[in-house]
Ligand binder design. Structure first.
Ligand code: ZN
Length: 210
């Protein structure tokens, strides 16, 4: 099946597609740069489908390989609904819906921030990842306009996670594996604003400046 046939099949099927789970090679191959292969109208429809799939999951980001499309496209949107102390500790502020085309990032400064995160392709689990506290993100939006922007805090985490997907990297590749926790443990034990208690109890390191 060609790429366009694949996209059209997704667009023609009812509802939102299932999110591809870890173990599928599409999540492990670098995605191809987007250079207009789909045309504007089909791209717009695919973006709408990705947004609907992200909302249905629900999640705060989705990369095209997560619905089986090996292109460097991702969507992000975060209403930032959590207790105030959690939002403050994580630097989590609402992010409007946006489309990232061919994104890449580089760290800004040395600081890292370590928090639990999860992935729609790894349902039922979360783990602590020490990520760059701030990154410079470059790429385009869905209309081809250049993006060159600094992100920090939780939005920086989201754009790193989604851009990593496009390079065939899952958050688990960067995680403290001893922090791996089933969702019910997250809810019952590790819902504190920071993972400090989890680090002590499960035995994993945190960055010294986190
Ligand atoms: Zn993910």
């Amino acid at each position: 099946m060609t790429l366009i046939d694949h996209v059209d099949a997704l667009l023609e099927s009812a509802g939102t597609p299932p999110v591809v789970a870890a173990g599928d090679p599409v999540l492990r191959r670098p995605a191809a740069p987007y250079d207009g292969q789909l045309g504007d109208e089909r791209l717009a429809r695919l973006v709408r489908l990705m947004r609907a799939t992200m909302h249905a999951a629900p999640g705060v980001g989705l990369a095209a390989p997560q619905i089986g499309i090996p292109l460097r496209l991702a969507v992000v949107e975060d209403p930032a609904q959590a207790p105030d102390e959690v939002l403050a500790a994580r630097g989590r502020v609402p992010q409007p819906f946006r489309v990232l085309v061919n994104p890449s990032y580089e760290p800004v400064g040395e600081q890292r921030a370590a928090f639990f995160e999860g992935c729609l392709s790894v349902p039922g689990w979360q783990a602590v990842v020490a990520r760059h506290q701030a990154v410079r993100l470059r790429g385009q939006d869905e209309r081809g306009r250049e993006i060159d922007e600094e992100f920090s805090g939780w939005p920086a985490r989201i754009v790193q996670h989604e851009t990593d997907h496009l390079d065939g990297t899952l958050y688990l590749d960067r995680a403290e594996t001893r922090s791996l926790s089933a969702t019910h443990h997250l809810t019952e034990r590790w819902s504190q604003p920071t993972p400090a208690l989890a680090a002590r109890e499960l035995g994993f390191p945190l960055p010294v400046d986190a």
